[in-house]
Ligand binder design. Sequence first.
Ligand code: NAP
Length: 430
Amino acid sequence: MTAPLKIGIAGLGTVGANVARLLIEQSAALNVRAGRKLTFAGATARDKRKDRGVDLSGVEWFADPVAMAKSPAIDVFVELMGGEGDPAKAAVEAALAAGKPVVTANKALLAHHGAKLAAAAEAKGLALNFEAAVAGGIPIIKSVREGLAANRLERVYGILNGTCNYILTTMESSGRAFGDVLAEAQKLGYAEADPTFDIGGMDTAHKLCLLAAVAFGNAPALDGIHVEGIERITPHDIVFAREFGYRIKLLGVATRSDGGIEQRVHPAMVPLGTPLADVDGVYNAVVAEGDLVGKSVYEGRGAGAGPTASAVLADILDIARGPRLPTFGAPAASLKRPAITPMGDHQGACYLRFTVIDRPGVIAVISRCLADQAVSIESMLQRSRAPGEAVPVVFITHEAREAALTRAIKAIVTAGVVAEEPCMIRMERF
Ligand SMILES: NC(=O)c1ccc[n+]([C@@H]2O[C@H](COP(=O)([O-])OP(=O)(O)OC[C@H]3O[C@@H](n4cnc5c(N)ncnc54)[C@H](OP(=O)(O)O)[C@@H]3O)[C@@H](O)[C@H]2O)c1
């Protein structure tokens, strides 16, 4: 009979405490699915005395995550502390060095150190599973790495941050401003006290580079991502988007291009009637486009105790069952840093909102600056007229090179016809 698999959990917060609770309460069902007994054997967190609603009797407590990672008391190290540096990094390295497979939900750690950690895991023939790190409860890593393994994937993209999607959805349904909705999201627990990582796009960038690595077989390339957040989206933009037949979503998009890969995170106009346009609230969704399968769409809860524990436990079950796959699909030795296509080469249509002082000649100046860079205008909208006052004016451009758009916007600002920094939102053709 196979010996019990002893699980050590580092971090007993939102995710870790739920994984621990489920290992205890769902033990019978999980053991059947694992084909062997799973034992919650070790735990560590900062504060031993905190009540986490989990029965820790019979579980060995470690003051130090690295000590637990090395201890013979555990067979599998489950890292649920978070953070790109120590103790998460040191503990995962220690676990792999000690010959223990690792499960982590830590996108920051893998976005920064994924290739090295994958090599360390592979050198010892160990699993380093990270399903929960990307899109929470959606099994997107497994789907891309295993289910779509026969495809050449050309593009993966999606809504990867539930906080931003909740804020944008609520701004649209209530007509309220960004700051107002963010404050409410914080009260409801949908946004962190420090929301910078979520709303600034960095959380999505962490997830995107992991997803792209699995999709394209390269090392995660976080520094090659163009990142913008949703802070500057206004209710005006959301209303205008609807009028043009779009909704605004924070997207992560990774595309194979001739020279390498293009990776970008920014608010985008998503055409109504396409799968991502209808993804609301805290939900996430991912689309993968492959040569054999075409377009496949995955939607579900991207965060929260339940969905994240679902992914972590599935990774533990995989280890218990036996098969071990390369962390990013391809062997670690072949994970090269990809060539990055610069954002200036991005080609696409674009929504431009200018806040202008309503006086004769302003529209002509903007049109000329765009024409000077060979950016042609598809349509223009000026909602209200208030002579002498600031009003929003919106232009939709035809496809243009990003570098040309950037030069045109700079010239418009220099011409002194706008009252505040222009807002540019890229329009996607899915
Ligand atoms: N929450 C989600 O919905 C979600 C979704 C997907 C992925 N994730 C990822 O899952 C991981 C955990 O997230 P979470 O939301 O559960 O975080 P959390 O609620 O803040 O919990 C973090 C846990 O780690 C422990 N910890 C922090 N620093 C430590 C240290 N230096 N030594 C020992 N223990 C330490 C904390 O101990 P104390 O409790 O004693 O303070 C706490 O138990 C992160 O990587 C996160 O990105 C979370």
